[in-house]
Ligand binder design. Structure first.
Ligand SMILES: Nc1ncnc2c1ncn2[C@@H]1O[C@H](COP(=O)(O)OP(=O)(O)OP(=O)(O)O)[C@@H](O)[C@H]1O
Ligand SMILES: [Mg+2]
Length: 302
């Protein structure tokens, strides 16, 4: 369990990962982020272990994207440390940081494709930058990654401006997977996807986690995806991680953001869908579900 700094609210809940024996992949300690006078994070602590899928949730402007950027070494903290694969990413050289970057993939909130490159070239570009892979292998791998993300070869030569929002997301996911990462950062991966595409995304991430022991950090407002995939949910509010727990526990935590986010109409639907979504999950999770549903129905009874 992480250290709890003295100025974190007392009612923080924090539970260890289901498989606590795993290696930590991300260790954030006492992270503070500030832009001018605006404090975004105050003593944020978060440890994510190998093979976990952690959803990061919080209100708009609560600092989720900035926290991902801290993990990528794109934004620097006012104080505190961010270790990825054991390396303090604010202390290592640019060359060492580049090596780490080749071990992770990132899907940015708004796709962030290169507008002057085709779909194919966007996905091939990280592989070309390595300068070691033969052209034919890059071609096959790029088309495979596009296929995995649900984009057929007929779209390969299109420009990003010719794609729908959902397609841009899927191409960006294919690009994030280009180097077969050990760690994947996803900022709103299913926003703009239709329900079928969201379900395909959930299946793909599950497969990658099971087959490649991929670790995933995902910012999401999509409760179906959150409940289907998350090993733990980290809630960012009031500049802190106020809760870091299994999804079934986090919904019980009394905080205005959590109550609105999980116990609104969308939350009720997603919680009710949990038994189907988690049929294959462990028995211990099964046992927790009935506690949530009756309480929720009472709270929202007409
Ligand atoms: N480069 C920057 N300079 C100054 N302020 C910034 C910068 N980047 C982010 N911020 C501020 O940090 C705060 C957190 O922003 P962030 O983008 O992380 O929010 P978010 O939780 O991702 O919100 P959303 O759900 O809307 O995407 C906001 O107040 C934002 O204006
Ligand atoms: Mg954001």
């Amino acid at each position: 369990m992480e250290k709890t700094p003295t100025n974190v609210p007392e009612n923080v809940i924090d539970c260890p990962a289901a498989d606590a024996g795993e290696q930590p992949v991300i260790q954030i300690e006492n992270l503070c982020t500030q832009f001018g006078d605006v404090v975004v994070h105050e003593n944020v602590n978060l440890t994510i272990n190998q093979g976990e899928i952690v959803s990061l949730v919080g209100g708009s402007g609560s600092g989720k994207t900035v926290l991902l950027r801290q993990m990528l070494g794109l934004t620097h903290p006012a104080s505190g440390t961010v270790r990825i694969f054991g390396e303090d990413i604010n202390q290592i050289s640019q060359q060492e940081l580049q090596k780490l970057r080749n071990r992770w993939g990132m899907l940015f909130q708004h796709g962030a494709l290169f507008s002057s490159l085709t779909v194919f070239d966007n996905v091939a570009q990280p592989m070309r930058e390595l300068r070691v892979l033969p052209k034919e292998l890059i071609r096959e791998a790029a088309l495979l990654k596009l296929h995995m993300a649900g984009i057929g070869p007929e779209h390969a030569l299109k420009m990003p401006s010719d794609l729908s929002g959902g397609m841009i997301k899927r191409v960006a996911l294919a690009r994030a997977l280009a180097l077969e990462p050990e760690l994947l950062f996803l900022d709103e991966p299913t926003a703009g996807l239709d329900p079928n595409a969201s379900e395909s995304f959930v299946d793909l991430i599950r497969t990658l986690r099971d087959e490649m022991r991929l670790t995933v950090v995902m910012v999401t407002h999509d409760l179906d995806t959150l409940f289907a995939l998350s090993s733990r949910v980290a809630v960012l509010a009031d500049k802190h991680i106020i809760a870091y727990c299994e999804p079934a526990h986090v919904v019980e935590f009394k905080h205005p953001f959590i109550e609105t986010f999980f116990r609104g109409e969308r939350g009720l639907r997603a919680i009710e869908a949990m038994p189907d979504a988690q049929d294959s999950e462990s028995e211990s999770k099964e046992e927790k579900r009935p506690e949530i549903q009756p309480q929720h129905r009472q709270d929202n009874a007409p």
